[in-house]
Each structure stands twice: as structure tokens, then as C-alpha cells.
Design a protein around this ligand. Sequence first.
Ligand SMILES: [Zn+2]
Ligand SMILES: [Zn+2]
Length: 376
Amino acid sequence: MASTTALVDSPSAGHFCGGDDALEEELRRVGLEITRLEAARARLIAQAERSGVPQRHGFGSTTGWLIALSGDPHGVCRSRAHTARALVHMPRVRQAFAAGVLSEPRVRMLARTRDTDPDAFTRDEDLLVSHARALPASEFGIALAYWRRLADTEGHLRDADRAHRTRRLHASITWAGMVRVDGDLDPEGGATLLAALRSLTDPAQLDPDDDRTPTQRRADAPVEIARRHLDTPHRPAIGGQKPHLNLTVDVASLRGDPTGTCEIDPVGPVPPPVARRIACDATLTPILTHNDTPIAAGRATRIIPPALRRAVAARDRHCTRPGCTIPAAWCDAHHIIHWADGGATTLDNLTFLCRRHHRHAHTDHPRANAPPRQRE
Ligand SMILES: [Zn+2]
Ligand SMILES: [Zn+2]
């Protein structure tokens, strides 16, 4: 313990002097000490609860007392209290935890598992501790799920029903114009999503010059899945219209004027270069306005007629950036000279680009696709 304190308090805190092996050894040693300290905390919490300390200090629950004492969030404190209480009845787990050989997250998992059937847990505690020590995290979780199923078949089914009932997804627009996504999926739905995400983020399929981080690739994957869904012809209509990405932009903005109307419904304003990229390959509905009030709307037409799009697809077959093999069906047709700058919508002026390379085309080479400096 003394040397841990010395490391943290040292003037060169944050810098460990020693080779890679010594650093790894030090990290293991610190981890072991942290686990032992967490075991000590659990013992103290159990002792305090047993002797009624929280109530003597005016708290209705051990969780409330821990929140006041530590400032840690409610969920963390509730879980600590629960684990401390369960450890009283799990002598083998308690022993391994105190020795630092069973980490706190695994002890927490075991404490939750014990709730399924405390008597069966006591019977199998030795076996469960040896699994906890030997198996990697994911396999240990699966082993516990199997144990729960054997210990309480009906309860396991109830858990599955509850997981399905409590599935949820929130998607909300933040003040910064981002869309925050948060939720819980049941095992079947979650596994389906993970399989779909994996199919779009598989490192083996990656373009070597793909500079996105794994987190960014994961963020792009559900967006790509949503785009492909919106591009399918047989999706249901809402309010008489097939849902799609809706951009309202005036002609001046498309030519680079930063002061005009340029927004994505319902998220809010976007910079004109983003509008230029979206408008490259879109369906256009001209709206006539008078003093900013719409007075008439024209017929919606695809900027690139389907037959021409098919011709570009037959020629390019996939994204035209070197080494990129994203198929044409998942690409945007990019105007080499933007139609807003007078570029023609013809085979010669169109090229297929995947979303990532289309973004690059409009950001990395702004001059190649920038509006002319002077227009008559
Ligand atoms: Zn484009
Ligand atoms: Zn590409």
C-alpha cells in the first residue's frame, strides 16, 4: 500500500520509471491492491449496515448513506450495498475477493446471480468461484446465464420476458444539433443489431486509407443501415410521403452564401458545403417564395434521373476512389462540377462515391467543387 501512495504522490506522478515488463507488473500489483481495498470497503459497508450506522445518522437506507458519504451516483452505491450484503452469505467469494484474486465486477455478477436461488448458489459456490477465476469475462457471463437457467428455469424465462418488455430506445436532438441515441435491447434484438453493425465495421473489409476511428465507424454503421432502408422502394409511407432526409435550402446557400436558409428537418441548420453534398444526388422540390413565404411548390424530380443513374452504375460499378469497393447501390452519384454551379447532369459529369469518399470530395478538395468565385 505504501508504495502505491508513493507512486501517486511522486513529483513525477503519471510517469513510471522502468521497462515494459516492470510497468505491466506494477499495473498488476496496483490492480490487486485496488481489488483488496474494494473487498475491505464491502466488509465495512456490511458491518455498518449490520450495526445500523446509516439509520443512526438519519438515513433510510444504506444506499442513501453511501451517496452522502462518497458523492458517487445512486446506481453505484446501490450496487455496492447489494454486493456487501450478498458477500456475507458467500464465504468462498469473500475469501477470493479479499485476496485480490476475484475482481470487483465479477464479485458483483456473482452477487446478482445468487439472488436467483441462494440455496443453489451455496451448493455450487466453489464451482462458480473457480469459473470466475478461470474464464474470460464474456465466457464467465455465459456460464452464469447457464447456471441461472438450470437453477431457476421459470425465473430464467421470466428474466427473458422482462428483458423483452423493458427494451427501449431514445433518440433526441441535443442543443448542439447532434442526435443522441441511448437504449437497451433484449438479447435477440441486440444480437441482430450487433451482427448488422459487425457486417459494416469488420476490420478485414476495411479500406487501408479509412481514417475513421472504430467508434466513428460504429456510429456510421446504423446511419448507413437507415439510409439503405430509406432507399428501398417498398418502405411504408407516412402522411402520404415516403420518409427521407429532408433538406430545405435556398439557391444562394447552394452557391456558398453562408447567410441563406440551409437546414435539415428536424435537426436544424447545417453549413452550405454539407447542403451541396446532400444536394449532389437528391430529389428536388422547387418552392417559390415571396418575402420568405412559400407561395407555390413544383413537382418533385430526381436530380439524377433513374435511367442516367443506372448508366453511371453500369460504368462505375462501385465507388471510384482508388482501392474502394463499396458497391454502386450504396454510393452517392457525385456531380464533378456541382449542378448549382452550372455543372451538367450527364454521364461525363457524374461519378459514384461511397458516403465517406463523397464527404472527402466536398471537404478535402473544396476548390474542385467550390462555387465559382464570381458569377455573372
Ligand atoms: Zn457531391
Ligand atoms: Zn469509397
